[in-house]
Design a protein around this ligand. Structure first.
Ligand SMILES: NC(=O)c1ccc[n+]([C@@H]2O[C@H](COP(=O)([O-])OP(=O)(O)OC[C@H]3O[C@@H](n4cnc5c(N)ncnc54)[C@H](OP(=O)(O)O)[C@@H]3O)[C@@H](O)[C@H]2O)c1
Length: 329
């Protein structure tokens, strides 16, 4: 059946400005790292994207290597776009990235101009798009001069293949250099995509301050610690979970007894707040106004429905924050 988007989709979503740019993003964005590859059910992937869009989520995040196999998430997303979203392209912010291993030989990895430009060309073909809204350098490259990598991002924007550019996994000092180079070239860095959750807090040691000072947005990835910060592992490892999947990036070893104790204690606080643990973990990140959006994953639409409800309660009492700190210490 032809998909028609929910008419009231923009009513309940919150949209935040990305740094000092003209672009607003939905406070919840959907990532297609897992659950969108050729190993997954296309119909389920399609239902997740439809549900997201119907809920006011405008931002969909991909990368050249998402799958498995690498490239297949972009291919599947291209199929979904063609069938369901052709009429809605201008209501969507679609991103892709290059920086991790994508193809054999010296040009399919890291940060050379050769790799970034050809990888984006491939991504556009896979998704059937003329341009992406945001193109990221996926991780810093210790060998390629940063000037070359940033010049490649600038070129890509000038070629019209991306509207904005961003960086991901850059620590504060290298992010500062990248932001300065892009500014000089006249293509401002729109956004930074770091890993950030209650269990992974390195961004608090300088990166968030830098981004706020420079007017660059911030979109944390894996805000649910790949599912650990939800109620799904409270009573063991479900068969359909990321930990149980052979191609998942979350390993059983990460679910230590100490971790599980923290998860249980956090879950108690969430219940008192009237939230699920997933909702509380997302509210906890979004309470900081320097955060533009949280980039969640979902293996089914119901999870997204649950996560989105975090927006009903973004504030925390000081006592709640201090109890959470004690648990996380
Ligand atoms: N820039 C980078 O280097 C980088 C790296 C990693 C990710 N990312 C981006 O960030 C996105 C999100 O990463 P992520 O998938 O790790 O995010 P996440 O939101 O931390 O974890 C998502 C997983 O948590 C579980 N889940 C989600 N909502 C739930 C809920 N309400 N209740 C119970 N379980 C729930 C699901 O796992 P199950 O499958 O077990 O159900 C889901 O697949 C990626 O898709 C990608 O776009 C970027």
């Amino acid at each position: 059946m032809t998909y028609v988007a929910e008419p009231g989709r923009y009513k309940d979503m919150i949209y935040r400005r990305t740094g000092k740019s003209g672009l607003k993003l939905s406070a919840i964005s959907l990532g297609l790292w897992h659950n969108f590859g050729h190993v997954d059910q296309l119909e389920n992937s399609r239902n997740i994207v439809r549900f997201a869009f119907d809920s006011g989520i405008t931002h969909f995040d991909l990368a050249n290597n998402y799958g498995p196999p690498p490239g297949s998430a972009e291919e599947n997303f291209g199929t979904i776009l063609k069938h369901d979203f052709a009429a809605y392209r201008d209501e969507m912010i679609i991103s892709s990235k290059a920086g991790y291993t994508m193809w054999d030989g010296p040009y399919g990895d890291w940060g050379s101009k050769k790799y970034l430009v050809s990888s984006l060309d491939q991504s556009l073909k896979r998704m059937g798009l003329d341009y992406v809204d945001i193109f990221y350098h996926h991780r810093p490259d210790p060998e390629t001069p940063l000037e070359e990598t940033m010049a490649a991002l600038d070129l890509i924007v000038r070629q019209g293949k991306a509207l904005y550019v961003g960086i991901s996994n850059y620590r504060a000092p290298e992010a500062a250099k990248a932001i300065a180079l892009l500014k000089e070239m006249g293509t401002p860095c729109l956004i930074h995509q770091p890993k950030y959750s209650m269990f992974e807090r390195w961004v608090e040691g300088g990166l968030l301050d830098l981004l706020a000072e420079e007017g660059v947005g911030c979109i944390p990835f894996s805000p649910l610690a790949q599912g650990l910060l939800t109620n799904k592992y409270l009573h063991g490892i479900p068969e359909d979970s990321r930990v149980a999947k052979s191609h998942g990036f979350l390993q059983k070893e990460q679910l230590t007894p100490e971790r599980l104790q923290q998860i249980q204690a956090l879950n108690e606080i969430a219940i008192v707040r009237g939230q699920t643990l997933a909702q509380m973990a997302l509210s906890w990140i979004l309470r900081d106004k320097r955060i533009t959006s949280v980039l969640v994953g979902a293996s089914r639409p119901e999870q997204l429905a649950d996560s989105i409800k975090c927006l009903d309660r973004l504030s925390f009492a000081p006592e709640e924050l201090s109890i959470i700190e004690k648990i996380l210490r």
